[in-house]
Design a protein around this ligand. Structure first.
Ligand code: GLU
Length: 421
């Protein structure tokens, strides 16, 4: 996130520029889409448990509203900055367009290490941040969701805060809520399920049995943990897992269910101290170099770079995280024949089921989990097929193919709407 060469916003702009060039977009459209439409920075005080007050900084960026209300998560992380949020907002625009959801793209973040705060402090921070960004958000305007270090509970606090301000319950203001307050069945598993679907489709297309693949996953939260659980249930050999405490490798296979139970049980919160026969420790960065067939970066941006791309042994990289691969690494991996299934396709399961949750909330009519999963599968498999076919037909990477489809759709919406006034 921090260093200049790793600036996520510059990377997002480079990815856009390449697609704009291929599409021969008119200059005015390029200028509009290269930068966010709206950016809000907020600074706000939060009362601490033991007296005193701390000041926090947060952001909400709406990259584009051309195709509908803005959509995207809120992350809590000490390294959040405006450029990172801008990049993440832009990626949401393309992700929603690629999935043909009637949304633009947004993202938010607060500069905070949530592990340093109590649950009461996090609740006060969330409620105050929500109040500060309430001038931008709303069911028809901008709908937040969970992201790194935020959860269904965070969304419940956001929903309750806006509902208290307005004097009535406003379910559709956020997605990824607990089911008890208008969330959708299947939402918490949706991103991991989408990653698993992409792994299954890749295996089918390349004539492999998914159950014979070796898998390494960087990140063990909602996305990495969810994908790992489904892949393990499909018979994959899970040869590497990393979380904030570092990497855990085992040639004969890690026991994902036990690891998840360990990390979820107090006082662990992470995999630190986890032991299993034949386990080897490494860093979270080294997990990417684990000998495997399927590699799933599901943590943060800027993990696969020109510094390690040549040491990646996987046949396919499925981006559970947003922005884990730099353009230089993309080129190096493509030259070596490694397929990269890009973030805006691979991790779209979450926002797809967010859309289902928003639709269900607006109609106050709720679907079964089987229906949610079946519709999710339909959208992701069809989008994967379209991207794959274009990549093959034009001899380009999956990322460029996905961008050509997504950017075209947003540019078309801009052109058809015209310029006000
Ligand atoms: N934070 C997730 C993402 O990056 C989900 C966004 C949403 O559901 O709005 O796609």
């Amino acid at each position: 996130m921090g260093s200049e060469s790793g600036n996520a916003y510059h990377i997002a702009q480079q990815q856009f520029d390449l697609a704009a060039e291929w599409l021969q977009l008119p200059e005015a459209q390029r200028a509009v889409l290269r930068e966010p439409q709206r950016e809000l920075t907020v600074r706000f005080p939060v009362k601490l448990d033991h007296g005193g007050v701390r000041l926090f900084t947060g952001y909400r960026v709406q990259h584009s509203l051309a195709r509908g209300p803005a959509k995207g998560g809120i992350r809590y992380h000490p390294a959040v900055d405006l450029d990172e949020v801008r990049a993440l907002a832009m990626w949401m625009t393309w992700k929603c367009a690629l999935m043909n959801l009637p949304y633009g793209g947004a993202k938010g973040g607060v500069v905070v290490d949530p592990a340093q705060l109590s649950s009461d402090e996090l609740e006060r921070l969330t409620r105050r941040f929500t109040s500060e960004v309430s001038l931008l958000i709303g069911p028809e305007r901008d709908i937040p969701a969970p992201d790194v270090n935020t959860s269904a509970q965070t969304m419940a606090w956001m929903m309750d805060t806006i509902s208290m301000q307005r004097g009535h319950t406003v379910n559709a203001i956020v997605t990824g809520k607990p089911v008890a307050v208008g969330g959708s069945l299947g939402r918490s598993d949706a991103t991991g399920r989408g990653v698993w679907l992409m792994a299954r489709e890749w295996a089918r297309r390349t004539g492999r049995a998914l159950g014979e693949c070796r898998v390494a996953v960087q990140g063990f939260g909602n996305v990495g943990g969810g994908a790992a659980r489904l892949l393990a249930a499909s018979g994959c050999r899970m040869v590497g897992i990393a979380d904030v405490s570092g990497g855990y490798r085992c040639r004969t296979g890690l026991d994902i269910a036990t690891m998840q139970a360990y990390a979820a049980s107090a006082p662990h919160r992470t995999l630190a101290g986890y032991i299993q026969p034949d386990i080897e420790r490494c860093s979270a960065a080294e997990i990417l170099e684990t000998p495997c067939d399927i590699l799933i970066p599901a943590a943060l941006e800027h993990q696969l770079t020109d510094a390690n791309a040549d040491r990646i042994s996987a046949a396919v990289i499925i981006e559970g995280a947003n922005g884990p691969t730099t353009p230089e690494a993309d080129r190096a991996l493509a030259a070596r024949g490694v397929t990269v299934i890009p973030d805006i396709l691979a991790n779209a399961g979450g926002v797809i089921v967010s859309y289902f949750e928003w639709v269900q909330g607006l109609q106050s009519f709720f679907w079964s989990e089987a229906e949610v999963n079946q519709r999710l599968e339909q959208i992701m498999v069809a989008a994967g097929e379209t991207v794959y076919n274009l990549a093959i037909a034009r001899g380009i990477t999956w990322r460029l193919a996905a961008y050509l489809i997504a950017v075209r759709r947003v540019a078309d919406a801009l052109a058809i709407r015209g310029i006000y006034p």
